[in-house]
Design a protein around this ligand. Structure first.
Ligand code: GDP
Ligand code: GDP
Length: 437
């Protein structure tokens, strides 16, 4: 299993959105704007003690009759049970147990996934005493906290991350072949790309039908290389409701990302990169995934001599600071540069596994440091003694120095650029740490 996902469910106003924001801290959420009776659904990634997990705020309704509520709450619980590994059932100690809470509890008692009952708005000692009535709902795991102040959230997070094993953020180990996820907004050409690949390819080893899973894995053998394509394109028919469709597509995209080594992010050339694309892109970078950007429908662009060059430059500005990423201009319908895109993804896969010998690394980097010294802080020069690549899944480097906390972003960026210019880490997020010598 790749990626651990929790979902927050509960009736309106118990504080789902507040808890969601608390769990994500300042990190940006991917918001699925809702209209009508439902409030925004949100999706994001939280960190706790070095472990990351996905959080879904299933939203809720803002107004409507009781039967509208019935329908919405059932939908919310259904999404949570399908998509999450663990459910947080949020309630509000200031109102006590309401009829609606009891209804949600009834739905959740049938869940095969673990459910944590969370009593929110326990802002002080007095409220903690009153909140004990919630034991009567009969859930085995119960937490009392205040999403507003943050008190009690640590205990909850400790319990949540205890479910996460070290390899969950990594692509599954079921096979050792590269896993490439095809991701992008609706209509950018994901299904067409898959069809084009399947059409060209005569050596498909196996095709795992994915009707019951979140993503479809197709095993390929191409250019004498094996790889697995992970896509979400086919999984559309689960719901007929437009707003749910969008939400599911975001959840699926992020699950595909969790399962992949490399993400192929498809854009529509005419529309350019959207805010949602940038969210996915930075999520991929945070999760240490390799990235290739495909600017698709390039056939529809009016072109002159420098169109591609200018487009690429502009796009890299938007992707900054992580702009060392292959950008391929494709036309899936005209079958232009599709295989180049696959090759680029496989190169990124190789780059992501690259390990640089310590001696070689120090040769190059100590020279770079000599050429441009770190700054002097409080009269003391920062001295970097040596650097080593850490034995992590994704490239990470530790620089050992006298004042690790005083090396700031500009110098960090300089070092990263030097690493990138000497060794090929194109398409791969690189992490840099400073440690006390
Ligand atoms: P949702 O509809 O379940 O997403 O609820 P919201 O997150 O929008 O919160 C509803 C209201 O409860 C807002 O006015 C919040 O400020 C308030 N709220 C949320 N958490 C707490 C808390 O821990 N303590 C207190 N006192 N108020 C809270
Ligand atoms: P998905 O929603 O991302 O899976 O997108 P589809 O593969 O269903 O494509 C949406 C529409 O865009 C279809 O009508 C495709 O024929 C069209 N399309 C896909 N790729 C290209 C392309 O490279 N050029 C042009 N002109 N149309 C494309």
């Amino acid at each position: 299993m790749a990626g651990f996902t929790i979902a927050i469910v509960g009736r309106p106003n118990v504080g789902k959105s507040t808890l969601f924001n608390r769990l994500l801290e300042q990190r940006k959420a991917i918001v699925d704007d809702q209209s009508g009776v439902t409030r925004d659904r949100q999706y994001g990634v939280a960190d706790w003690n070095g472990k990351t997990f996905n959080v879904i705020d299933t939203g809720g309704f803002v107004a409507g009759s009781d039967d509208v509520f019935e329908r919405e709450i059932r939908k919310q619980v259904k999404i949570a049970m399908q998509e999450a590994n663990l459910l947080l059932f949020l309630t509000d100690c200031t109102t006590g147990i309401t009829d609606l809470d009891s209804e949600v509890a009834d739905l959740l008692r049938r869940s095969s996934k673990p459910v944590y009952l969370v009593v929110n708005k326990v802002d002080n000692q007095q409220r903690a005493l009153e909140a004990t009535e919630f034991y009567s709902l009969g859930f085995e795991h119960i937490f009392f906290l205040s999403s507003m102040t943050g008190s009690g959230t640590g205990e909850l997070l400790d319990e949540v991350v205890s479910h996460i094993t070290d390899d969950m953020g990594e692509a599954s180990m079921e096979t050792n072949i590269p896993k490439i996820a095809i991701i992008g907004q609706p209509n950018v050409g994901k299904s067409s790309l898959l069809n084009a690949l399947i059409g060209e390819e005569r050596n498909i080893v196996s095709d795992i039908a994915g009707t019951t899973r979140d993503t479809i894995h197709t095993h390929y053998n191409m250019f004498q290389k094996e790889f697995m394509l992970i896509d979400t394109a086919g999984i559309r028919r689960k719901t007929k409701v437009q707003e749910d469709l969008e939400f599911y597509s975001v959840i699926r995209a992020i699950k595909a990302l969790d399962e992949a080594d490399v993400v192929m992010l498809l854009l529509d050339a005419e529309k350019g990169i959207t805010a949602q694309d940038l969210n996915i892109f930075s999520l991929a970078a945070r999760k240490g995934k390799g990235v290739v950007v495909l600017v698709n429908k390039w056939d529809l662009m009016e072109k002159s001599t420098n169109t591609a060059r200018d487009y690429e430059k502009e796009l890299k500005n938007r992707l900054a600071p992580f702009s060392d990423v292959p950008i391929i201009f494709t036309s899936v319908t005209e079958k232009q540069r599709i295989f180049k895109a696959i090759e680029a993804a496989l190169e990124v896969y190789e780059n992501r596994t690259r390990k640089i010998q310590t001696s070689k690394l120090n040769d190059v980097m100590l020279k770079a440091i000599e050429a441009y010294h770190p700054p002097v802080v409080r009269g003391i020069p920062i001295r970097i003694k040596y650097v080593t690549q850490l034995p992590t899944h994704t490239p990470a480097f530790a620089f050992f120095c006298n004042l690790p906390d005083d090396v700031k972003a500009p110098y960090r960026n300089y070092l990263e650029n030097q690493i990138r210019s000497h060794f090929d880490f194109r398409g791969v997020p690189v992490k840099i740490f400073f440690r006390k010598k």
